[in-house]
Design a protein. Structure first.
Length: 113
């Protein structure tokens, strides 16, 4: 059986989070180690390890996650933000439950490190 990730524990309510949004499909909350003045994550409630495992069936869910992040950005009156999905350890993924980062509030460099 796959081990329970920290995000599954947040979904289960076993670990607290600064929740920004929740519905039947997803949860959004502030990142505990913010890399920008605004840094939140949108995660599906279903435990997909990463974008690598997503299937055609997940296309509505993926669109929903991005639009939930956009809704939060609009509520925060952001006009610029960066959206990041790390896929695999070498890309920087540390939690193997799909999540989308939304970062804002400072100038971003390109290319990312
Ligand atoms: P990754 O590196 O996998 O793309 O992103 C994982 C993110 O989850 C990191 O930015 C990290 O700070 C965040 N994170 C890890 N553990 C927790 C936690 O317990 N609570 C919250 N709110 N964020 C977490």
């Amino acid at each position: 059986m796959a081990s329970t990730t920290i995000f599954q524990k947040i979904i289960n309510g076993e670990i607290p989070c600064e929740k920004l949004y929740e519905d039947d499909l997803c949860l959004a909350f502030n990142d505990i180690s913010a890399q920008a003045p605004i840094h939140y994550l949108v995660i599906p409630k279903t435990p997909i390890p990463s974008l690598r495992e997503c299937k055609n069936l997940d296309k509505n869910l993926l669109g929903h996650l991005i639009l939930v992040g956009q809704k939060i950005a609009k509520e925060k009156k952001l006009s610029n933000w960066r959206t990041v999905i790390n896929t695999g350890a070498e890309s920087g993924q540390t939690v193997f439950h799909l999540h989308i980062h939304f970062l804002s509030g400072r100038a971003m460099l390109w290319p990312p490190g």
